[in-house]
Design a protein around this ligand. Structure first.
Ligand code: SF4
Ligand code: SF4
Length: 266
């Protein structure tokens, strides 16, 4: 099975879940409840690590129960890399859908060509953004970055829509970003700014799942570079913390049909 098929299936199920969960809550079934800021499944609490770090930072109170809620996301990251982004995040799913529409409409892709050094520039920008946000959170005493967590906004807006039948002003931020993604720079939020994705990158572990080139030679068609949404060279930069383990490079590699050239390695 192509990785992309598995990824699309997971993305669709996640999108459905953000609407179905509030629907079943309306039926007074609360086995599962919450949004992508924080969710309860039975007695298990799962939270976005960035949302928790901000609460701890702004309240200046160490809370072990809150830290326990980031155990699963951090474990997932350590073992499988940033699969949250490529398999689950609803914002990334919408951005990929927009990219598909753009392709269908034959709108010229404005994806920049791969240039050596680009990933480190992206990483520098997004870490400066994250650190600035955390400093502001500490000074202001409120979790400022929560206001711009796109996956949190999308899931909480889905909840409000299902429960109350309207959307709130927060959705405007996501719509503006999506317009930029569609007309100007594809994946710009994930590549350069998203503080949640940046924090998750910190947990990329050397022994975790990553893309690896298996053979020294390949036909050098560079299809993997062309398709990489993060502007990486998958042949040499599978270890980069910008990689979200989407697997698009592996699916795109024509050499993989003969001999496994690119593959996920743990
Ligand atoms: S970088 Fe942020 S918006 Fe992008 S996929 Fe990851 S969590 Fe979602
Ligand atoms: S290197 Fe491969 S797995 Fe990583 S982001 Fe690029 S295409 Fe996806």
């Amino acid at each position: 099975m192509k990785i992309r098929k598995l990824r699309k299936t997971t993305q669709i199920l996640t999108m459905l879940a953000i609407f179905i969960i509030p629907m079943i809550n309306l039926l007074e079934i609360y086995f599962i409840k919450g949004t992508f800021y924080s969710m309860d499944i039975g007695d298990l609490a799962i939270s976005d690590p960035l949302a928790i770090f901000q609460i701890l930072l702004s309240s200046k109170i160490f809370n072990i129960t809150m830290l326990a809620a980031i155990f699963i996301p951090v474990l997932l990251m350590l073992l499988l890399g940033r699969v949250w982004c490529s398999f689950f995040c609803p914002y990334y799913t919408i951005v990929e859908f927009l990219a598909w529409i753009r392709k269908k409409l034959k709108l010229k892709s404005i994806k920049p060509k791969y240039k050596k050094g680009d990933p480190s520039r992206s990483n520098t920008i997004r870490f400066i953004f994250l650190i600035s946000g955390l400093v502001l959170t500490g000074i202001a005493g409120i979790p400022i970055l929560n206001l711009i967590l796109t996956h949190g906004i999308i899931s909480s807006q889905a909840l409000i829509l299902v429960k109350f039948g309207y959307l709130t002003f927060e959705i405007v931020f996501v719509i503006l970003l999506l317009l930029i993604e569609f007309f100007l720079i594809d994946k710009f939020w994930c590549k350069f700014l998203c503080p949640s994705g940046t924090l998750l990158s910190l947990f990329k572990f050397k022994k975790g799942m990553r893309v690896k080139k298996q053979v020294s030679e390949c036909s050098s068609c560079n299809m993997c570079i062309t398709v990489c949404p993060m502007g990486l060279d998958p042949q040499t930069e599978g270890d980069n913390i910008l990689c979200n383990n989407c697997g698009d490079c592996i699916d795109a590699c024509p050499d993989n049909k003969k001999i496994k050239t690119l593959k996920f390695k743990i």
